[in-house]
Design a protein around this ligand. Structure first.
Ligand SMILES: NC(=O)c1ccc[n+]([C@@H]2O[C@H](COP(=O)([O-])OP(=O)(O)OC[C@H]3O[C@@H](n4cnc5c(N)ncnc54)[C@H](O)[C@@H]3O)[C@@H](O)[C@H]2O)c1
Ligand SMILES: O=C(O)[C@H](O)[C@H](O)COP(=O)(O)O
Length: 379
């Protein structure tokens, strides 16, 4: 069996027990590369469409990501090519990214998170987890998810529409898929009209897909409104993002919100499982998660819950590091900027999720224990 696989997929060697693994740069995978392949394993940067697959032997496509907007699913189904993605694989990493971003914005603006109203647009794998943590921390959260709202007619969950989120929330975090058609398209769901409706001093975070926000309108809006704080992890387009827009963001990061090592390995594992099921093979070797470098922390039992939260969400991951690296790309030519964006992602440092961290010591208050619980830290 021949398996073509994106070179940036960790633990890809697990596939080698079933055939010849050919590694390629994700953006460069070509029709010639996959012509004789039985399986193609990608991440979000490979467009999987008729141009790539026509005339190939590919019978299985796996994407080690949550998003599937780079797969032409109608084409795959018309050709009876099986496919799998990795729902939820890196959702926790995105939640931790948003929590760390909130700490930075709170520090910079002097705002108290407990006094803000949070609006989550898209309450799926990421959005639901984020809502749960924020509510466990005692914050007020509103959810907007019309497709889910329609399915859950008898649910206890209250949903609101986007207009209400814009009118009532001080912090808006976007977690929808990118859909250009259908009943609830998300392409440019934040356009000039929605951006103009943002509350004075609002924070807008996008770690979903770039084009859910009309980036041109956002640039115009930020040129006029200095009261807004915008954090973008995803861009329209990628990898050649607009540096003018990025410079006006409080934090600008190169599509790495989900880039915990744990999330990436989980993605490989989920697609590997689907691959084994599809080809009806049983693995003899499995994937191991490496031991984290930092395993235990002892915290100050007298620190306020807010300080603890700030410490914990930035001790393992500080988005200012990614922001600083991205800012070094702003003055480069478009070509170099795009290459730099991809390079930052390819050489991303090891980042572990909070659940890998153990809290040592005694005497923590009930409020502090609540923070540990919300962040899923073990004692
Ligand atoms: N930046 C990153 O590194 C990163 C990492 C992981 C996921 N993502 C992206 O984040 C997004 C969310 O991921 P997920 O796993 O939570 O997806 P999901 O499919 O589990 O959840 C998406 C939710 O959005 C809702 N939705 C769809 N259309 C909507 C609309 N018009 N308005 C409001 N809600 C709508 C869906 O009903 C669903 O509940 C995806 O686009 C994914 O590709 C980005
Ligand atoms: O959809 C996803 O899972 C994320 O956007 C993912 O983190 C993207 O990373 P990439 O596949 O581009 O490496």
């Amino acid at each position: 069996m021949q398996i073509v696989i994106d070179e940036n997929i960790p633990e890809a060697q697990v596939f080698a027990q079933f055939g010849r693994v050919i590694k390629r740069a994700g953006r460069a995978i070509s029709a010639a590369d996959v012509r004789a392949a039985d399986a193609l394993i990608v991440r979000s940067i490979t467009q999987v469409n008729p141009q790539l697959l026509q005339g190939s032997a590919v019978k299985f496509v796996g994407t080690c990501t949550i998003g599937t907007d780079h797969l032409d699913l109608d084409y795959l189904s018309s050709q009876k090519i099986a496919w799998a993605n990795a729902p939820g694989c890196n959702a926790q990493a995105v939640v931790e990214y948003v929590l760390a971003v909130l700490q930075v914005l709170a520090q910079r603006t002097g705002a108290k998170l407990a006094e803000r109203v949070f609006g989550i647009v898209g309450a799926g794998q990421v959005g639901q987890r984020l809502a749960t943590v924020l509510r466990q921390l005692g914050y007020q959260v509103m959810l907007c998810d019309p497709p889910r709202q329609q399915l859950e007619t008898s649910s206890a969950q209250d949903y609101v529409d986007l207009a209400t989120i814009l009118a009532r929330c001080d912090v808006i975090s976007v977690h929808t898929p990118l859909e250009s058609s259908g009943s609830w398209p998300t392409y440019h769901m934040f356009s000039s009209q929605q951006l103009a409706a943002l509350q004075q001093g609002a924070w807008l975070i996008n770690a979903a897909r770039g084009a859910t926000i009309d980036n041109r309108s956002l640039l115009t809006c930020l040129q006029q409104r200095t009261d807004l704080s915008v954090v973008l992890d995803v861009w329209e387009p990628e990898p050649v993002f607009n540096p003018e827009l990025a410079a006006l963001c409080q934090l600008a990061t190169p599509h790495i919100a989900g880039y915990s090592l744990d999330g990436k390995i989980r993605g490989t594992q989920m697609v590997f499982n689907a691959f084994c099921q599809h080809f009806d093979v049983s693995p003899s070797a499995t994937i191991e998660y490496p031991e984290p470098l930092l395993q235990t922390v002892q915290l100050n039992p007298t620190a306020s819950a807010e300080n603890l939260l700030s410490l914990l969400t930035t001790v393992l991951y500080d988005p200012r590091t990614d922001d600083a690296a991205m800012r070094m790309l702003f003055r480069l030519s478009p070509e170099q900027r795009g290459a730099g964006f991809d390079l930052l992602r390819k050489n991303y440092p090891i980042r572990r999720e909070l659940a890998t961290l153990k809290i040592a010591g005694e005497g923590y208050t009930a409020q502090q224990q609540l923070v540990f619980q919300a962040l899923q830290l073990s004692r």
